[in-house]
Design a protein around this ligand. Structure first.
Ligand code: ARG
Length: 572
């Protein structure tokens, strides 16, 4: 189907084009009228004419017959009111559309999304939680839009710390090391290695030799290294299952994958005349980057000791994603502190000709997770908070809340539901703020069944499903049409028609947050409708109409939540 927004936009665009080709009508839903076009003002500026004149001209030109009436307000706002017959027709199409009006992309793009990316033998912290949850929502949204998503879990599986980690593994014995890693005891493993490295000179020496052996490809060292990697990756996979994340084992393409591509990176940068030796290191100085003293800032590609680092790997990854994966879009869902790193990587890749102009490359930044004291979220003893622990705690609370509400759930139903509610609470809290902003991790607020929370939206959905359960027989929409005579019905209907543009806006801005705002608003429209309009006790056509509105609302909530990676249980 063509979404309501697109129908209106096309017709307005045709009129705007007649005045000034390509002028943006700036159309959106609004409380005045149903939709508002705000593009007249800039069109007036562009043509040097009074806004109201231009507005009148547009109203004269635009073909809105059968769709809407258009009124001019204020300095040149165009308020559009949809006709009842048009709304009825659009809602009727929605009843049979599993995509709730969202069109599928006419050309599927390859979208490479780099997300999650924890580090081997290190605990996943709340920063990785954000990357995982936001990245997975974006992946689901892109897939739904009809694109081909290639997820890249760029795990940190290489570098100098692996010398000490391997030696620690040798000291512990493989069996014991594996046991502690597989239960996710990554941080104490890492810390023990680090402590020995700091106090024990002999251990330090062995660790250094180990790094050399690892880089030289020594078979036994590689075998020990791969134990660390595979145990950690298996543990990460468990966390993904717990969180219901779509990342698969084959999406793990860690830093080490690029090792044999790094020589080429350096050679090609050199041939392009971009490489400069500075303090014994090989660097690129992309224009426009300076340090605090105004001096040019280097991107260090090869360190003085000839080792490659994080930057070289990311350069190789950009190349791989363009050349081999044929990425049309490269997205990096990584915390804000790495902003400069990515700006420099993208700049150097463009200079080197590895990143064509038409490839969109974006660092999808997110803010910090803060504790109740507004400082970085840490445990009382100052350690990083374990992701899994948070989820378990959320599940326990959800279980208790469900126990209070319901006596008719079986034990296993309640446990299953508690898991779904806990995931919703944690994910929605993360997704529902603009991602660039910090947010406070407050389990009580996140898990509440009231307010702008995941469980609230799940509950709204379940409440809708319960209406159909109480109906006693299966319902189909054959007899439904939409007269929308009660304002609350019309208000809800407008909300339903707005799903496509909310989704597309969220996707274009890479802001799952916008989808959250939409869903919360829809749930509130439903609540107002439900208070004003009895459903099951209504009769005849009115009952069919209201049931159809309930059906559309339930399906929109469920689809919207699924795009955020949140399940919508039928019963709560
Ligand atoms: N492992 C890194 C970290 O924990 C994140 C990697 C992000 N992705 C990338 N291509 N650099 O900070």
């Amino acid at each position: 189907m063509t979404s309501t927004y697109d129908v209106l936009l096309r017709r307005l665009q045709a009129a705007f084009d007649l005045v000034a080709p390509g002028a943006d009508p700036v159309l959106r839903q609004s409380d005045r009228g149903d939709y508002q076009a705000n593009g007249v003002m800039s069109l007036a500026k562009q043509t040097g004419r009074p806004p109201r004149d231009v507005a009148e001209q547009i109203v004269g030109l635009v073909d809105l017959v059968g769709v809407a009436s258009a009124d001019i307000a204020g300095p040149g706002f165009l308020n559009l009111t949809l006709s009842p017959s048009f709304m009825n027709a659009q809602l009727g199409v929605l009843l049979g559309d599993a995509r709730m009006g969202v069109a599928s992309a006419s050309r599927a793009k390859n979208v490479v999304i780099d997300y999650s990316a924890p580090n081997v033998a290190k605990e996943m912290h709340v920063g990785h939680l954000r990357s995982t949850v936001i990245g997975d929502a974006l992946a689901r949204m892109y897939r739904f839009a009809g694109h081909h998503v290639i997820a890249r879990n760029h795990v940190g599986d290489w570098g100098t710390p692996f010398g000490m980690l391997i030696e620690h593994l040798v000291d512990l014995g493989e069996e014991q090391a594996m046991a502690s890693l597989s239960i996710g005891d990554l941080d104490s493993f890492y810390r023990a290695a680090r402590t020995k490295f700091d106090v024990d000179d002999d251990f330090k020496e062995r660790s250094r030799a180990r790094v050399v052996a690892l880089q030289a490809g020594d078979a036994e060292t590689r075998r020990l290294w791969s134990i660390l990697v595979s145990e950690s990756v298996a543990y990460f996979a468990e966390v993904y299952t717990k969180l219901d994340i779509t990342l698969a084992p084959e999406d793990v393409v860690g830093e080490s994958y690029y090792n044999d591509k790094l020589d080429d990176v350096v050679r090609d940068l050199d041939q392009a005349g971009l490489l400069v030796e500075s303090d014994g290191a090989l660097c690129v100085f992309p224009p426009g980057f300076t340090n605090r003293d105004g001096e040019p800032l280097p991107l260090i590609v090869q360190k003085r000791d000839e080792g490659y680092g994080y930057a070289a790997t990311d350069l190789a990854a950009v190349r791989d994603r363009v050349r081999n994966l044929h990425g049309d879009e490269l997205l990096y869902v990584v915390g804000a502190p790495q902003a400069q790193h990515f700006e420099m990587i993208f700049a150097v890749a463009r200079l080197a000709g590895w990143l064509p102009e038409n490839v969109r490359c974006e660092h999808v930044i997110f803010g910090n997770v803060l504790g109740p004291d507004r400082k970085m979220f840490k445990t009382r003893s100052g350690e990083t908070v374990k992701l899994v622990g948070l989820l378990d705690e959320a599940t326990e609370r959800a279980y208790a809340a469900l126990e209070e509400r319901h006596s008719d759930l079986s034990e296993s139903e309640r446990i299953h539901l508690a898991v779904q509610v806990a995931r919703a609470a944690v994910k929605y809290a993360d997704l529902s703020t603009e991602r660039q902003r910090d947010y406070i991790f407050d389990l009580d607020r996140m898990i509440a069944f009231e307010g702008d929370t995941g469980p609230y939206l799940q509950y709204a959905h379940a409440r809708l499903r319960s209406i159909f359960r109480r109906l006693g027989s299966t319902w189909n929409s054959d007899g439904a049409s939409f007269a929308l005579e009660v304002p609350a019905q019309r208000h809800l209907a407008l909300g339903l028609l707005a799903f496509p543009e909310a989704f597309e806006l969220a996707l274009a801005a890479l802001q799952p947050h916008r989808l959250c705002v939409y869903l919360f608003d829809l749930a509130q429209r439903f609540t107002a409708f439900y208070e004003a309009c009895p459903v099951l006790s209504a009769e005849g056509a009115l009952r069919e109409e209201r049931l159809a509105l309930c059906d559309l609302t339930a399906r929109t909530l469920s689809l919207g939540l699924s795009l955020l990676g949140i399940e919508a249980p039928d019963q709560m």
